[in-house]
Design a protein around this ligand. Structure first.
Ligand code: NAI
Ligand code: MG
Length: 334
């Protein structure tokens, strides 16, 4: 039977970039069923809930979700929907690849780095959040487990092996965060021993930031804890032309959610200005996950062609065209 994919169009620029990705999937000959459900502001307006049960049911039932960015309203009582989804479906691995495309305004032209971010623990575990009654003190708890660290580091090495990567760098701050980052590094060293065919490195997170900017060619696969992975992956997006170029896959044992790493971009929403590449690249990750490597590669080549010629690219890529023109150009290139 046909694969059904849950689609959450999301808020802000979400609907326009998701539509772009779906048009491209159709153009490349994908024959999926799509089940459209709401989350975020769109859901709040319709149902009074940010994350309706029907949406959770669809994500669980279909196992594969393509998702636009969601706006989490700032203020009382709203926990991040993304964090909730990642925890609820135990999507422990966040895979964030960045790769140079010729023709962007990026500083480098040969970047090829995958950040593997632990997605459920660390500073984003949501545990122990307390603000004192008088508002003068705040605290939160960071939790790392041996099991969690082992799962994410093993995931990184298995991905490296499968994709013919040469090196895995564990990024940490074990010199200061002795308990949490210390445990992560200890486990990373143990796992590294099981993969003698892959070069293993370890690096402290602040030095990693500097090195990524100065010598990004030293990096191949990075594996790290939640907060560091969030920050480093945006830094990496900056190396290849910005947030419009950066996809992310949230992967667990029983479900996977594919999305752009950026947010709903309210400043450009509704203006046909968004670069849909990030979410198209997320749909490429989805195709690869579904074993459709050939279709994935065709889309990647079409994007590369459009960005290289530069005739119909969006503003963030140095062009003057809209989301829809860019999408049309990719479809023609296919
Ligand atoms: P943002 O990522 O939405 O925007 C940051 C800057 O990048 C803006 O100037 C925006 O115009 C630009 N930008 C982002 N994506 C772009 C694209 N595809 N093409 C061209 N330019 C693009 O971050 P911001 O403004 O901090 O957050 C806005 C909302 O998004 C917030 O409500 C936040 O909670 C939510 N958010 C949702 C995420 C998700 O659903 N995965 C992730 C990050 C933020
Ligand atoms: Mg982020």
């Amino acid at each position: 039977s046909k694969q059904t994919i849950t689609v959450i169009k999301g808020d802000g620029i979400g609907p326009s970039i998701i539509d772009s990705a779906l048009e491209i999937l159709n153009a490349v000959g994908c024959d999926y069923e799509y089940e459209f459900v709401d989350a975020g502001l769109a859901a709040l307006e319709k149902t009074g809930e940010l994350l309706p049960q029907a949406t959770l049911d669809a994500i669980e039932r279909n196992k594969i979700t393509l998702k636009g960015p969601l706006t989490t309203p700032v203020g009382e009582g709203f926990t991040s929907i993304n964090v909730t989804l990642r925890k609820k479906f135990n999507l422990y691995a966040n895979v964030r690849p960045v790769k140079s495309f010729e023709g962007t305004k990026a500083r480098y032209d040969d970047i090829d780095i995958i950040t593997i971010r632990e997605n459920t623990q660390g500073m984003y575990s949501g545990l122990g959040q307390v603000v004192s009654e008088d508002g003068t003190e705040a605290e939160a708890m960071s939790k790392i487990t041996r099991e969690g660290a082992e799962k994410i580091v093993t995931f990184a090495y298995e991905l490296a092996k499968r994709e013919g990567r040469k090196k895995v760098t564990a990024v940490h701050k074990a010199n200061i965060l002795k308990s949490t980052s210390g445990l992560f590094l200890k486990v990373a060293r143990e796992v590294a021993e099981r993969y003698p065919e892959i070069e293993s490195a370890e690096m402290i997170v602040d030095a990693t930031c500097m090195k990524l900017v100065m010598n990004p060619e030293e990096f191949d696969v990075m594996v790290t804890t939640n907060l560091f992975g969030d920050i480093l992956s945006d830094l990496c997006a900056g190396l290849v032309g910005g947030l419009g170029m950066a996809p992310g896959a949230n992967i667990g044992k029983d479900a996977a959610i594919f999305e752009a790493v950026h947010g709903s971009a309210p400043d450009i929403a509704g203006k046909n200005l968004a670069n849909p590449t990030s979410v198209i690249l997320a749909s490429i990750q989805m195709l690869e996950y579904l074993g459709e490597a050939e279709k994935a590669e065709r889309i990647r080549k079409a994007i590369a062609h459009v960005i290289k010629t530069g005739d119909r690219t969006t503003r963030d890529l140095g062009g003057s065209h809209g989301t829809t023109d860019f999408t049309q150009a990719v479809i023609e290139a296919l």
